[in-house]
Design a protein around this ligand. Structure first.
Ligand SMILES: NC(=O)c1ccc[n+]([C@@H]2O[C@H](COP(=O)([O-])OP(=O)(O)OC[C@H]3O[C@@H](n4cnc5c(N)ncnc54)[C@H](OP(=O)(O)O)[C@@H]3O)[C@@H](O)[C@H]2O)c1
Length: 306
């Protein structure tokens, strides 16, 4: 891989998170300069950290100086806390008001930003059974869809600044140490692995290397623009994924499922995260020329658990 001629310095919001940490490392390895926008000062000598307070509308105005591209990853953790009305507002505002602060800066200060790349989520589509979901598909219903619609609208306001925008509707990133996989693997490791609900819901998984690969691809391809599903080419059902994890970890899977009502009782509205079905298609990013490093689930898990 090589750097785009145009883009040398990248500012990442929420760059301390699970995607941001890996992305920062990969960008530094490729020779990019990286700076972060964070709620707290950083201590990595290789990256400069600027601070902001999204709720208070404060942003260190110097963060934009010399920056060629902004990658927007910031947002309160979707599955970290119960979805009260206040939490839902926090989940949305931390994604929309944050990018609005950056756009305000771009309007009011001289800058050389050429590109905005942002995370959004496959939660945009909601719970859609077996429907194959392309980027053209309509949004779904429920809080996650509403949050993603607001998030994408806020990102699209950058178009009024004449900036090309790439949005990645991110699926379930598989990583050994963070996110959904350790939570799915724990019961399996404890010999208590079982599919959730009816186990037929589609999980739009993606290997963490391909998440990072697509962000690099979006930086390197000046013509890439628009919304793309960030998912592997072959989604798996919850049952298939549970079985594949168990096979990799050499553990059994129980022949019965965890009933949906138990998960509804435990998680309330958030149960959609584990029970919702999203069969998102990777065709658009493939057609744009992205080559997956880990397109096959069994091989992706083998790589992760090594
Ligand atoms: N990982 C996945 O599987 C996945 C799937 C779908 C979508 N996404 C989206 O992709 C983005 C990055 O994912 P990730 O897994 O790296 O997320 P993450 O680990 O939760 O990190 C997000 C970062 O956002 C910042 N943040 C948290 N709360 C905030 C708040 N209230 N206001 C402003 N900033 C806040 C934090 O950075 P500081 O502490 O430095 O401020 C945090 O490190 C997120 O928007 C996420 O929703 C991820």
């Amino acid at each position: 891989m090589f750097m785009s001629g145009q883009i040398k310095r990248v500012l990442i919001t929420g760059g301390t998170g699970s995607i941001g940490r890996q992305l920062t490392k990969a960008l530094l390895q490729q020779g990019y300069e990286v700076s972060l926008l964070s709620r707290k000062p950083g201590n990595d000598p290789l990256v400069r950290t600027f601070t902001w307070n999204v709720n208070a509308g404060h942003i260190d105005e110097n963060c934009i100086e010399g920056v060629d591209a902004v990658i927007h990853l910031a947002g309160a953790g979707i599955a970290d806390k119960k979805w009260t009305e206040q939490r839902k507002k926090e989940l949305t505002d931390s994604r929309t008001n944050s990018i609005a602060l950056i756009y305000h800066l771009l309007k009011t200060r001289p800058n050389q930003v050429k590109r905005i790349i942002s995370a959004t989520a496959v939660g945009y589509y909601g719970n859609r059974a077996d429907e194959i979901l392309s980027e053209q598909s309509a949004a779904g219903e429920g809080f996650m869809s509403e949050c993603c619609i607001a998030w994408e609208r806020a990102i699209d306001k950058g178009k009024t600044l004449g900036l090309p925008i790439v949005k990645f509707r991110t699926g379930v990133m598989l990583d050994k140490n963070t996110g959904a996989l350790p939570q799915m693997a724990l019961p399996v490791k404890l010999f208590a692995g079982a599919p959730l609900g009816n186990g037929k819901q589609w999980i739009p998984w993606i290997h963490h290397t391909d998440v990072i690969g697509m962000y690099l691809f979006a930086l390197e391809n000046e013509t890439l623009e628009g919304v793309f599903n960030m998912v592997a080419p072959e989604p798996a059902t919850n049952k298939q994924l549970t079985k594949a994890i168990a096979k990799q970890l050499r553990r059994p899977v129980w022949p019965f499922n965890v009933p949906a009502f138990v998960l509804n009782l435990l998680l309330g509205e958030m149960s959609i995260i584990v029970l919702g079905s999203t069969r998102a298609s990777a065709e658009k990013i493939k057609s744009a020329g992205y080559i997956f490093k880990h397109p096959v689930l069994s091989e992706a898990l083998k790589d992760i658990y090594g």
